[in-house]
Design a binder for this molecule. Sequence first.
Ligand code: PLP
Length: 444
Amino acid sequence: MEKSFLIKPMLDEIYPVIDYGKGVYLYDMEGKKYLDAASGAVTANIGHGVLEIIEAMEEQAKKVSFVYRSQFTSEAAEKLAKKIADWMPGDLNWSFFVNSGSEATETAMKMAIQYWQEQGILTKTKVLSRWVSYHGITLGALSMSGHTGRRARFVPLLEDFPVINPPYCYRCPYNLEAPACGYACANELEMAIKRIGADQIAAFIAEPVIGAAGGAIAPPKDYFKTIKKICEDNNILFIADEVMTGFGRTGTVLACEQWDVIPDIVAFGKGMGAGYAPIAAAVASEKVMAPILAGTKSVMSGHTLSANPQSCAVSLAVLEYLEKNVIIKEVESKGIFLKNQLEKLKEQFSFIGDVRGKGLLLGIEFVEDQETKTPFPRKAFITQKVVRIAMEKGLLVYPAGAGIDGVNGDAIIISPPLTITEKEIENLLLLVKETLAAFSNQIN
Ligand code: PLP
């Protein structure tokens, strides 16, 4: 192969070259077929090669690909914003379009700070978050992320934003069980606010289901209700990072709906463009926008490619596709079936510690000892091994962090396109079993 000048995640590895994708499958140049059980990075929510989306992109490109948001708006951006407002619960009506999930969470953070500034409150600038969380790779988003591995090299450059314990029931920081625990990890937020001072805090940010940092950790029933109440009681905005969960991944448009809460601001990404175009958004409620509309009348953020007409047309087509094919409604039953089948593998493979998640965002945590939940040693590179074996077998799974710091643990995420059929789920399960059997042989 010719020398490559492309900076890839691991510079000393050879990556297969993908030729094309169709539905839940990707095909490389050698003709090898991969079942994309990760949707890339929990992104290709409607599968690969959907003609309607490609046609929508072409149609928009023929009209105009780019207009600058400081000069013009576009039909595509207006229609997308309207569609999102229609789909959102409550009055989450206002969309700020950006290009990546990191930009979306960072825009959400800036909106929250501006919300207080417009009311003359200049001290509320901190954003609280949780350990074992990931909100993006740019420095602002990373400052809000409790992902020790991704932060490590940049800590001196990051804002010192406080973090609380995550609702990681499998490894409860309090050694308790929900609901008897009284949601101690959520109540930690109250303590943190008291210590830091509500007058310093703009918002609290959380992923409804913890993704990359924890391997699909879904909180217990009343967790988010407790969090939202603490935020309201203390005059702090609640930002939901739905970059991974948004637009149907867990079975509802917003994952937050499943915990009966409506956030003040939501960050979307990934599934919003389903991989067909880079598009993401920070979506704010009327409450958040009110002082801005009455004040400076401008949200202080923006990128050259914000609200790009082509990306907006793609996202609109993706949402219409989800709607027309009634895809989100079926996610719950598909997810329950898949999760139950994965659960059964615990008996066969003693290294499966936990099977968890919501809808089609599922995680498997691997442990050395099921009884004691002892993680494998770091140097064993368990996650990487499982991901590699799966790939050899033609199965793509997403490597995630796990463990109390999101680093000293091993997990994979299984998150196929929401369009996956029953038969394809059976095939997925077969490949998972083959992968785990081969892995079992390697470690025994
Ligand atoms: N927030 C969450 C919950 C994510 O999972 C990710 C990416 O994995 C991001 C933010 C950052 O999104 P992006 O990689 O598009 O910048």
